[in-house]
Ligand binder design. Structure first.
Ligand SMILES: N[C@@H](Cc1ccc(O)cc1)C(=O)O
Length: 550
């Protein structure tokens, strides 16, 4: 394979990328020897089909004779807001390695030359620690925060760990002894920071290769947080079909079209690996024009724009192609009981009902069996955890604009009190149209001390989730059939303590607990990884798969 000359290698290494920093350096290396580079991934949530994008580049790098290292950045997964708690991170690291190997194998990439390195294997050394400290003495807090802004989850009270993340990613380049780092353009600020600071430690500045981000199947800009835009690598063919069917794909619309983006960013590049001619086939009955075969994305896009290809046919073609890619991955896992077990240990609280049958019984979920021990130091003291919150399924009876504040609404909400509905003020006016609130089933916190907002006293709080930037706001929703007034529960957290307690606002109990709220890939609201549960199942949001709840 290394019969390629340096120019050909360069072309292969840099194709389908959005941006390359340090092209000349790469060319210089290639004139003398093969390029050494790495791609890092933090083993947090389960990888989805978007991971085929970096995989197709890794295939290119290997084909171009590069020495490729995949860094399983376990410590980073923890540093980023404990996206992977320490109890789970080792399992997730193993899962990532297995699924990445299965993906590469599925796309026909030989992996014998590929090296996997686990971050903690060298990041805990004295030399690395000392360099980390030295780096911390060069970078301002402000710059570290900015560097991580698109990678590290942004929360209300950021942890120090998130500030260490970008610098350590920079150091990895030196400790992995590479010429270049590869990643998504979302890593750009970290890459630029690495270029600036490694020389200050006396190390070489590295080149950086960035692939474009794939928009989700939902097609809009925000779609990376839409669950239907995420297809798990182990989703069965039916689920793939269902999710693609649901995807937004409007006839003739080629600009906001997740299916087309996916075909462009994933299927065509994969189809053109190893000098193959990419091919995308749309199967149709003769009476609808018969099969059409595309060897070029632009031709497909043009036909779709001209309405020569119908959305249903496009989706069917994408479904078939994707299922063909996923089949060998599913098979690898399905025939290996160790791997199947690994999924359950790495992602114990997957809310998928089918899987729950297989889950042994919760073992390693974050707060473990003795959850109350987390907060209750010795007996009588009340724990500072979610058990203190009285969160209930509720329904908005009526809603109107707040006369004194254009950002707020005033709602009458039925929370199951014998005394009737409560009046609640919520700052939702910028995000949710009034009409969407009438009759809406929601979740409310019912034991906060009533507070006045511009002259109107509010007797509960409506719970909503927001994305990291606070641009998208979605209400928490109870599952169908859950009763108005019923209390939300969290397994492992006794709710008996609620006993009518009204929280003292000075203690900010809600704030302390809410920092631990989050959303799973399945859009389920959770507290420290434990789902918000009702008698009819978990509480969800419409589309966000990560973010904050308030
Ligand atoms: N920042 C990468 C993960 C990573 C971590 C450490 C590295 O050295 C490289 C990459 C991500 O967002 O997935």
């Amino acid at each position: 394979m290394s019969q390629l000359n340096p120019d050909e290698k360069f072309t292969l290494i840099t194709r389908n990328l959005q941006e390359v920093l340090g092209e000349d350096e790469i060319k210089k290396v290639l004139a003398e020897r093969d390029l050494k580079l790495y791609w890092g991934t933090a083993p947090t949530g389960k990888p989805h089909i978007g991971y085929f994008v970096p995989m197709s580049k890794i295939a290119d790098f290997l084909a171009a004779g590069c020495q490729v290292t995949i860094l399983l950045a376990d410590i980073h997964a923890f540093l980023d807001n404990m996206k992977a708690p320490l109890e789970l991170v080792n399992h997730r690291t193993k899962y990532y390695e297995a699924i990445i190997k299965a993906m590469l194998t599925s796309i026909g990439t030989p992996i014998d030359k590929l090296k996997f390195v686990v971050g903690s294997n060298y990041q805990l050394s004295a030399a690395y620690s000392m360099d980390n400290f030295r780096l911390c003495a060069c970078i301002t807090e402000h710059d570290a925060k900015k560097a991580g802004a698109e990678v590290v989850k942004q929360v209300e009270s950021p942890l120090l760990s998130g500030l260490l993340y970008p610098g350590m990613q920079a150091l990895d380049e030196h400790f992995l002894e590479v010429d270049a780092q590869f990643g998504g353009v979302d890593q750009r600020k970290i890459f630029v920071m690495a270029e600036k600071y490694l020389p200050q430690l006396g190390y070489k500045k590295r080149a950086h290769l960035m692939n474009p981000m794939v928009p989700g199947l939902a097609g809009s800009k925000m779609s990376s947080s839409d669950p239907d835009s995420k297809i798990d690598l182990l989703d069965d063919p039916k689920a793939v079909e269902r999710k693609l069917k649901k995807a937004f794909c409007e006839e003739g619309n080629v600009t906001d079209n997740g299916i087309l983006s996916f075909i462009k960013a994933v299927l065509f590049p994969l189809g053109s690996l190893y000098g193959k001619q990419p091919e995308f086939t749309i199967r149709r009955l003769e009476k609808f024009g018969g099969d059409i075969r595309y060897t070029d994305y632009h031709a497909l896009e043009a036909d779709f724009r001209d309405k020569k290809v119908h959305p249903g046919d496009l989706k069917a073609g994408a479904t078939a192609a994707l299922n063909a890619l996923l089949a060998p991955i599913r098979e690898t896992f399905n025939k290996d009981s160790e791997l199947l077990k690994l999924i359950e240990t790495a992602y114990p609280q997957v809310s998928d009902k089918v899987k729950q049958k297989v889950v042994p019984k919760k073992e390693a979920v974050v707060p473990a069996a003795g959850a109350t021990a987390t907060g209750s130091k010795k007996g009588s003291e009340k724990p500072e955890d979610v058990s203190r919150l009285d969160i209930r399924v509720a329904q908005i009876i009526s809603a109107r604009s707040h006369p004194n504040n254009p950002k707020s609404y005033i709602e009458e909400i039925e929370v199951g009190d014998a005394t009737g509905p409560r009046t609640v003020v919520s700052g939702l006016a910028d995000y949710i149209p009034l009409a969407d609130l009438q009759g809406r089933r929601i979740l409310t916190v019912c034991n906060l001390k009533p507070a006045k907002f511009q002259g109107v006293e509010s007797h509960a709080m409506v719970l909503a989730a927001s994305d990291a930037e606070g641009k998208v706001i979605e209400l928490l929703e109870p599952p169908e059939g859950a009763e108005i007034g019923e209390a939300v529960t969290w397994e492992g957290y006794e709710t008996a303590l609620r006993g009518g307690e009204v929280l003292n606002p000075k203690q900010n109990m809600f704030g302390k607990v809410a920092v631990e709220f989050g959303l799973t890939m399945e859009r389920v609201a959770h507290y420290k990884g434990v789902p918000f549960m009702t008698s009819k199942g978990p509480v969800t949001v419409k589309s966000l798969t990560e973010g904050n709840i308030r």
